[in-house]
Design a protein around this ligand. Sequence first.
Ligand code: ADP
Ligand code: MG
Length: 397
Amino acid sequence: MSAPREGIRVPEARTVQPGGWLGLLGGGQLGRMFCHAAQGMGYRVAVLDPIADCPAGAVADLHIRAAYDDEAGLAQLAERCTAVTTEFENVPAASLEKLAQRCQVSPAAGAVAIAQDRIAEKSYIASIGVPVAPYAEIRSETDIASAPASLFPGILKVARLGYDGKGQARVESPAEARAAFASFGNVPCVLEARLPLEFEVSVVVARGFDGEVVTYPVAENVHRDGILAVSTVPSPRASADIVRRASAAALQVAVGLDYCGVLCVEFFVLQDDRLIVNEIAPRPHNSGHYSIDACVTSQFEQQVRVLAGMPLGATDLLAPAVMLNVLGDIWFAQGGHAAEPPWGRALESAWAKLHLYGKTEARRGRKMGHVTCLGADRAQAERSAAQVAAALGIAFP
Ligand code: ADP
Ligand code: MG
């Protein structure tokens, strides 16, 4: 799985030694887990995020409270840090470019810009010969009228700023697509054919400055209401051939972008075993959280290593894993007002590892944490997950 590329090592001058400062744009849960990994290796982390009580702000060595395009905040980050990365894919590309004049920034602004925009993303992926869902760019009502009938039933997705199923509408006809387009404020969209999914998988890739690449084990993902609910590793349904093809396609996406950092590629597996790229994320991904407990090197430690110019770590799976996302919904199991879930009961499963992101307010659909259930084999991990899910009131499988 780990396939170090032959080549020039990162010059020592480009590495950041432990004790040095790493910078992060974005202070959400991904940033918090980055801080844990970085600090575990002796690094210090400065996080730029406008929100006072953001998850990473509470653990970072320095929290710069500023907007992502704030000149003074960006200058402070660049002054403090040798190398900067992002955990938030919607950070303005101009901010990354500005930082890049003063410190080492990865992934590069160009790669992030592609992942930020579904139109650019799909055309890039198709251009390297990797299949995407049939789609049309929608910039006006006329584009809906001229979209092929084969795109219906379809999904209209805003090109920018959508996440966790937000900014998406299932549409049965051009009339419904027009209504959805108007409801999104006529912003650029993609209209995608709704595909018969057999299941979904994802692959996390890390690529260093010297081109060294590693892929993580393929995760099989179940979404509910457009939000990731469960990831299982190894994937119960992916054949060895699908695992091989998904890993190869993910590498191709990363290499084609000359990507430096951690990247996740989400795939659809169709009934005829065809593999389609759904979308990419220029950062660690929810479907890779299992790697914290189940792999030699977590996706966050890998992000630290790339940023610091250190050699990449092995990605081998130490134990089968089932990751359950913990959404704010379970705080409202009793109806009315929020009540703390029974964590102790969940942890009666001795193979369960609880991760909470320190968010003070639980809201329905909000990612509050996750539980990774391990096992000597997949059946045991699944039994642990079933026990945790029952205790917390999460649907499983
Ligand atoms: P987000 O950026 O919110 O994660 P996605 O484009 O990944 O949005 O869509 C969320 C989920 O919706 C997918 O994981 C998949 O389950 C479903 N979905 C999205 N696009 C399609 C499609 N073209 N056909 C069938 N299901 C889809
Ligand atoms: Mg997605």
